[in-house]
Design a protein around this ligand. Sequence first.
Ligand code: CAA
Length: 316
Amino acid sequence: MALPRTLSVIGAGQMGIGIAFVASLRAKIPIVLLYDHDSSQITRGLEFMDKLLAKDVSKGKISENDAKAAKARITAIASSSASSSSNDETNWARELGERGTDMVVEAASERLSIKEGIFRALARNLSKNAVLASNTSSISITKLAGAAVDGLVTSVSRASEEGKSCAGRVVGVHFFNPVPVMKLCEVIPGLQTSEATLEQAKAFAIACGKEVSTSKDVPGFVSNALLMPFLNEAIMCLESGTATRDDIDKTLRLGMGHPMGPLQLADFIGLDTCLAIQETLYEGTHDSKYRPSILLGRMVDAGWLGKKSGKGFYDY
Ligand code: CAA
């Protein structure tokens, strides 16, 4: 299965940076465009990539030339609206189209309105053959495909041949943090995803050095339908005083061999991201087992978002 020649990654947060990194270093995609509306985010991300490459060189995992070539394949571009919600008519998507993007991985914030805006803009501006993939952790791929169809230049019905063909190019490729380290990519077909798109998504993930698992398009897919209730239960244990933060994490680390305790892992993922995923699970199922804990909501209200903000269950 052919790999893309020009891949665009939208969003230079920890996931977008990781995906651009493995796409360039491992899959050797010739042109990797990294888009974000925030130039400081891009600068931080590129500096982090430099550190990862230097570490891999110093450990003898790759040569200096491999590192230089990987960096040279990446072009970072700050756009004024790649992650904003009112982005139907924006220059960034036109630029992705003009540069010949044949696959996109969207890794913007985990908010439906943002992602829908991005998919509308992508469908309007990219080639009719481009694969439109999302790294969403929980949002429906079928819903994003619907937004893509709505974004076509000439409005068509979702059930028409043109609508089906556009929706058929939308797929989920869910990587895990830290992307260069975690060995899995969960691939999610929406209801209309074509077999060819699904195979292209899998081939891309494998080329990035990942094993692939496939999940149906249910809220949270397999990974977060299982992980999020676990993290939430740990937060509820803390909230109810069942055990201290350190004892909750120690129990799972030392008693069950988890690399991180659940509270440390929630901080690592980002408490705002955990809350957004839990809300999608709860709203998508109306099942009380997915109701986010009050403490989690309060911490996000306080701006305590975990590692990325310097404070969460731990101080950083
Ligand atoms: N980016 C890239 N590489 C990283 C990294 C990062 N942010 N953090 C650590 N690494 C690398 C290190 O450089 C090191 O590489 P080498 O082996 O080449 O030296 C390797 O990972 C091990 O790192 P450390 O020795 O510093 O630390 P560690 O052994 O404690 O491992 C960890 C760190 C890999 C993060 C480990 O704690 C772990 O596996 N934690 C669990 C992570 C996890 O569960 N991730 C999934 C979260 S859920 C998700 O992402 C999806 C979602 O939808 C919410």
